[in-house]
Design a binder for this molecule. Structure first.
Ligand code: NAG
Ligand code: NAG
Ligand code: NAG
Ligand code: NAG
Ligand code: NAG
Ligand code: NAG
Length: 404
C-alpha cells in the first residue's frame, strides 16, 4: 500500500479579523457571529455552483494516483465553528486522532470541532470519470450552503471536472443524536503500539483509582461588573501580570490562588485568578457540563486525556455507570454539546501549570479557561519534570527586576 501524507487545514474565515487584544464588540456583548466562509488550506471554495460561488476563486486541488491509499490529516483550525468533512464517492477510514491510533472504521463524513485533528486513510478506488469534491461545511448553523469549503480530488487519469451536487451533510437539524453517537463511536485501538498516556504501564485506565474529581460547568456569557464574561464554575479567568509558572517557581505570593472549586458554586460569578491544585501522578476525572447554547471544544495543554463518557442532560454520579472503561480514546481536545456533558480521565504525570481552555475564541476571550498546577514534590528533578526555565525567559510583573 502506497501511503502518502496530505495535510488539510480547514478554517472558517471572517472579515474583518477580530482584534482579540481588547475587542470592543466582544466586550460590548456582540458575539463573533457566523464566519464568512470556510477555507481548505487557505483556499477556495471551488466553484461547484455558479449561483452560490463567485468566479475566479483559487481552490485547493489534491492530485492523486488511482489505486493508491493516502493518509489525510484533517484539522479544524478555525476559531468558532464545528465542521463536517467528507469526500464525494470515497469513504474515510479513521485511523488516528490527536496522537492516538483509533479503532479503524469507515465513515462517510466526520464532524470535526474547533481545534480537533483526525487522520483518515482514503483509497482512490473510484473510476476516474470525473474529479471528486472534498467538502468541509459548517455545522449547527442556519445556512450551511453559504459556509461550505470545497476542494477538488483529482485522479491523474481523470476524464473531467467534478459534477453533481455536493455530497450531503448529515440531515440532523432536529436530531441531536447523530453527532454525539458518531463521537461515541470513536474508540482507541488497544492493540496498536502504545502511545502516551499509558499510566501504570497498561491500557487499563478503567481500573485506576480516581484521586480528584472536577465537575466544570459553563454557562452562557453573563455580566460581571458591567462586562460580559464567560465562566467555569462561576469563575472567569483573568491573567495576572506575573506569569503563573514564574510566580510558582519564585514563590511570589498573591499572584494566584490554588482554590479552584471542584463543582459549580451557587454564588455570584466573579473574575479571578484561581488555579486547580492538581496532585502529581494523581488520576483526575474532569466532567465538562455545557449549560450554554453552542458546542464547545475544550483543550488541555501538556496532556492527553481518556474520553470516557458523553451524554445529554445533567451529569450525576450515576452517569459513571455509562463510562467506557475499556477503549476510550486518549486525545487533547474534546467537544461538549450544548445541554450535555463530557467526562475525561487524565493522569497528571507532567509537572507544570497547564492551561485548560475552551477553543471557541469568543468564549475563551471572555474568560472561559483555567490552569491546573501540577507540582512534582520529589527533590530529584533529573527526569526533567518540569523542564528548567529556558535562558531567554521573559520576566515580567513582580519579577521584572530579574530581566537580563
Ligand atoms: C445552485 O444553488 C442554487 C441555490 O441554492 C440552487 O437553486 C441551484 O439549483 C443550484 N444549481 C445547481 C446546478 O445545483
Ligand atoms: C489496530 O491497529 C493494528 C495495527 O495498526 C491494526 O492491524 C488493527 O487492524 C487495528 N485494529 C482495529 C480494531 O482497528
Ligand atoms: C473501508 O472501506 C473500504 C472501501 O473504501 C474497504 O475496502 C475497507 O475494507 C473498509 N474497511 C473497514 C475497516 O470497514
Ligand atoms: C464511473 O462512476 C460513475 C459514478 O459512480 C458511473 O456513473 C459511471 O458509469 C462509471 N463509469 C465506468 C466506466 O465504470
Ligand atoms: C495542594 O495539594 C498538595 C498535595 O498535592 C498539598 O500538599 C497542598 O497543601 C495543597 N495546596 C493548597 C493551597 O491547597
Ligand atoms: C441550564 O441549566 C438550567 C438549570 O439547571 C436548565 O434548566 C437548562 O435546561 C440548562 N440549559 C442547558 C442548555 O443546558
Amino acid at each position: 500500500m502506497a501511503l502518502l501524507l496530505l495535510s488539510l487545514l480547514l478554517l472558517c474565515a471572517r472579515s474583518p479579523e477580530p482584534a482579540m487584544a481588547g475587542d470592543p464588540s466582544l466586550d460590548a456583548g456582540a458575539p463573533l457571529g457566523p464566519p464568512d466562509g470556510v477555507l481548505i488550506n487557505g483556499l477556495g471554495p471551488y466553484r461547484y455552483n455558479d449561483t452560490l460561488v463567485p468566479p475566479a476563486i483559487t481552490y485547493e486541488r489534491i492530485n492523486v494516483e488511482p489505486g493508491r491509499t493516502y493518509r489525510l490529516r484533517v484539522h479544524n483550525v478555525g476559531v468558532s465553528t464545528s465542521l463536517n468533512f467528507r469526500i464525494q464517492g470515497h469513504s474515510l477510514l479513521l485511523v488516528e486522532t490527536e496522537g492516538s491510533y483509533t479503532s479503524q472504521q469507515n465513515y462517510s463524513n466526520m464532524d470535526i470541532h474547533v481545534g480537533q485533528s483526525y487522520s483518515f486513510l482514503v483509497t482512490m478506488d473510484q473510476n476516474a470519470s470525473t474529479d471528486y469534491y472534498v467538502v468541509a461545511s459548517a455545522r449547527f448553523v442556519a445556512d450551511p450552503d453559504k459556509l461550505t469549503g470545497v476542494a477538488i480530488l483529482h485522479y491523474s487519469n481523470s476524464q473531467g471536472p467534478a459534477s453533481g451536487p455536493l455530497p450531503a451533510a448529515p440531515d440532523d437539524q432536529y436530531d441531536t443524536a447523530f453527532s454525539i453517537n458518531q463521537a461515541r463511536s470513536i474508540r482507541w485501538n488497544v492493540t496498536a503500539s502504545g502511545a502516551r498516556p499509558n499510566p501504570q504501564g497498561s491500557f487499563h485506565y478503567g481500573d485506576i483509582t480516581v484521586t480528584d474529581v472536577y465537575l466544570l460547568q459553563s454557562r452562557p456569557p453573563e455580566l460581571i461588573d458591567g462586562q460580559l464574561r464567560s465562566t467555569i464554575n462561576g469563575i472567569s479567568y483573568i491573567a495576572p501580570s506575573t506569569p503563573l509558572i514564574l510566580a510558582q517557581l519564585f514563590n511570589v505570593p498573591g499572584v494566584f490562588k490554588l482554590d479552584f472549586p471542584n463543582h459549580p458554586m451557587n454564588r455570584l460569578p466573579k473574575v479571578d485568578t484561581s488555579v486547580i491544585n492538581g496532585t502529581y501522578k494523581g488520576f483526575m476525572e474532569i466532567i465538562f457540563q455545557n449549560n450554554a447554547t453552542t458546542v464547545q471544544s475544550y483543550h488541555l495543554d501538556g496532556y492527553a486525556f481518556f474520553v470516557v463518557g458523553m451524554d445529554y442532560g445533567l451529569w450525576t454520579d450515576n452517569s459513571r455507570g455509562t463510562y467506557n472503561k475499556w477503549d476510550g480514546v486518549a486525545r487533547s481536545t474534546i467537544q461538549v454539546f450544548p445541554g450535555a456533558w463530557t467526562a475525561v480521565l487524565v493522569f497528571l504525570d507532567n509537572a507544570g501549570i497547564w492551561n485548560l481552555r475552551v477553543e471557541n475564541l469568543d468564549s475563551w476571550y471572555m474568560g472561559q479557561e483555567l490552569y491546573i498546577s501540577v507540582v512534582n514534590p520529589e527533590e530529584d528533578h533529573s527526569d526533567k519534570t518540569p523542564l528548567p526555565l529556558p535562558d531567554n525567559t521573559i520576566f515580567c510583573g513582580a519579577l521584572s527586576s530579574l530581566q537580563k
